[in-house]
Write a protein that binds this ligand. Sequence first.
Ligand code: NI
Length: 181
Amino acid sequence: MMQIQKLYQQAISYAAEKHAQNNQKIPGTNLPYVVHLSNVAMELFVASSANDGLNMEFAVQVALLHDLIEDTDTTCEEIEDRFGVEIMNAVKALTKNNKLPKDQQLADSLIRIKKLQPEVWAVKLADRITNLQPPPQHWDNEKIIQYQKEARTIYDELKQGNDFLANRLKQKIEEYSDYIK
Ligand code: NI
């Protein structure tokens, strides 16, 4: 087994470059997208230090690679060749199927996530924790309410995956009410 520090560096370098190719930023900010990825990984490290049931070698790579298929031209084959089939399957489950109607995409992804390891559930929880930041300026109230509602669905469906992250997400959802006008 390779050291986790090395796995982290390989995955973040690969993902940072792919997301930078189309100059992707965190919506509503000027921050390069890799900041989002490292924040998701950070949430998992904090969760694993509170409660060490997580396979962090696996979880941290999934965290850093989780948006590659959704947001870049990276293929499943590339991810499988570099990181293995388990990580590719996890990233795939975390990817919305854009052939479905928009209002079915989250539910569909959650069904696929729930068939996989608890680390994959934990990445989805950490992803939404990380995304519950002050909403972008251009979002209207309806969009903000919808985003909070989606976060509740994620919490309800995945809370059994990781107690620490579930509690943290619950708190972030409550705090998010401050942004609703
Ligand atoms: Ni994400």
